[in-house]
Design a protein. Structure first.
Length: 270
């Protein structure tokens, strides 16, 4: 009986093992498409307030191919007083190629920012050094190239047209330097410094910075970060001495859009 039982046990184990392998082989590959959603206490773009201090709901999707090619879309509510007269939504469309080489990474692509319902003609006075007036919706197109090493990264953005429809600002540059470090147990820290150099309008140049912490709780990422700038935002508005004094609605409730603040967020990728 003993000699009979042992072979039967081995055969059963073999069958179970084969079934497990078959199930694993039949398991679908991870989807190349992911989605994301975030709720933030306010939306800061390059350190500048986009929602007049109000909450923002944001989300989008990404497609990533094994070759490194990717495409995506991201959206957020915004306030028209932040330079988007008549608009209340930001829609970003981007694509590029990203690849890792050991601890190093390379990212090359382009991004298009679009604000449906906005009117760019109201931005004619945004650059006092220009007599040009743009038409249509507010938009911006940028080429970018970035590199990373372990937890450090740097990226250069270059506008291919007028920067967010501000007349005669084509060729504006933004430099992004960042660090993200995994502390373990779902905790992480991040830091960022950015530098904006507006073509033909140095009064718009500024530096922004961010220092924050994140916590991953079963896929939901909680975040808290201090965001600040040295942008000229002391109100009342003046196109040359205080260009970052925005209003929450055209001509109402002016506030310093580059003031320092703590931004809280919760988000998930699925």
């Amino acid at each position: 009986m003993r000699k009979f039982i042992v072979p039967m046990a081995m055969a059963t184990a073999s069958l179970l093992s084969s079934a497990a392998v078959a199930q694993q082989a039949a398991a679908p590959a991870p989807s190349p498409v992911t989605g994301n959603i975030t709720l933030a206490s306010e939306y800061r773009f390059r350190g500048i307030d986009q929602t007049a201090g109000k909450p923002a709901i944001q989300g989008g999707f990404d497609y990533s191919h094994a070759s490194g090619v990717y495409l995506g879309n991201w959206n957020s509510n915004i306030n028209q007083g932040a330079g988007f007269p008549g608009g209340n939504i930001e829609m970003d469309f981007y694509g590029g190629w990203k690849k890792a080489f050991g601890d190093f990474g390379l990212d090359i692509g382009a991004i298009y920012y679009y604000y449906p319902g906005s009117d760019a003609s109201f931005l004619g006075a945004a650059n006092p050094h220009s007599t040009q007036t743009n038409s249509g919706n507010v938009s911006n197109t940028e080429f970018y190239i970035g590199g990373s090493w372990k937890f450090l990264s740097a990226k250069w953005f270059h506008s291919l047209g007028d920067y967010f429809s501000i007349p005669d600002t084509s060729g504006t540059d933004y430099f992004d330097f960042a660090a993200t470090y995994d502390l373990g147990n779902g905790w992480g820290v991040l830091g960022h410094v950015g530098l904006l150099k507006v073509k033909g309008y140095s009064d718009l140049d500024y530096t922004d910075y961010k220092l924050g912490v994140t916590k991953d709780i079963t896929g939901w990422v909680l975040g808290a970060a201090y965001v600040g700038t040295n942008a000229k935002g002391n109100c009342p508005f003046d196109a040359t001495t205080s260009p970052y004094c925005f209003s929450n609605s055209i001509g109402q409730s002016s506030r310093d859009a580059g003031r320092g603040t703590i931004v809280l967020s919760v988000g998930k990728t699925f």
